[in-house]
Design a protein around this ligand. Structure first.
Ligand code: SAM
Length: 205
């Protein structure tokens, strides 16, 4: 739970220190559209940076579960985002997933700026695979390049010092091994995007 403490300590100043470009987030979400009425899981929601973007897309009939290992992050997100469509949950996506808020029926799961922090990425992927409904999608995305992210973690050091985002090809193979079908794999100086589907019948985005 050291990581949870690290993010608990960062929660109060997160939104002042970590700036996200809304245009970049919107551009990424265009590539992996969320449809009205869908049920979405935001893994590693932090202070809920992604939440307003998702709410705009799911419409009145959709639902969003925002999960984070850090209780303080969830508290901050809860204070910022009051909406009956959202449920907040403190949980470790790499742990035993047995919570009524996490039925195995999500249409789309987002891991926005969280994947490098998984100590057992395969376990996290397996859990997320189980939480998707057939045809559901898992999106791993960052609005910076892999190099920038990995360098940032090295610079911060301590708890996150060795946390590395794998190359999309590596993540693609990891996902395939679990039974995911890769739909999109992109890396650039601007972003990182990997999209998987749970079922076996699909075409590229
Ligand atoms: C770098 S922050 C990103 C937060 C938010 N998505 C954003 O972009 O601002 C990573 C978040 O993932 C959470 N996290 C890390 N490992 C996790 C796990 N195994 N299960 C759930 N949340 C986790 C951390 O507590 C932290 O809030």
């Amino acid at each position: 739970m050291q990581l949870a403490k690290f993010f608990d300590n960062a929660a109060d100043t997160w939104d002042e220190k970590v700036l996200h470009d809304p245009a970049k987030i919107r551009a990424l979400l265009k590539k992996v559209p969320v449809r009205p009425g869908q049920k979405v899981l935001d893994v590693g929601t932090g202070t809920g940076v992604l939440i307003p973007f998702i709410l705009r897309q799911i419409g009145g009939a959709g639902a969003l579960v925002a999960v984070d290992i850090s209780p303080r992050m969830i508290e901050k997100a809860r204070q910022k985002c009051r909406d009956p469509r959202i449920s907040f949950l403190v949980a470790d996506i790499e742990g035993e997933i047995e919570d009524p808020l996490l039925p195995e029926s999500f249409d789309i799961i987002f891991c926005y700026s969280v994947f490098p922090h998984f100590s057992e990425p395969e376990r996290a992927l397996k859990n997320m695979h189980a939480l998707l409904s057939p045809g559901g999608r898992l999106v791993v995305m960052h609005s910076d390049s892999r190099e920038v992210i990995n360098e940032r973690h090295r610079r911060i050091g301590g708890e996150v010092g060795g946390h590395e985002l794998p190359a999309v090809e590596q993540l693609q193979e990891l996902g395939r091994g679990i039974g995911f079908l890769p739909l999109a794999a992109e890396e650039s100086e601007e972003h990182y995007l990997m999209c998987f589907e749970k079922s076996s019948e699909s075409t590229f985005l």
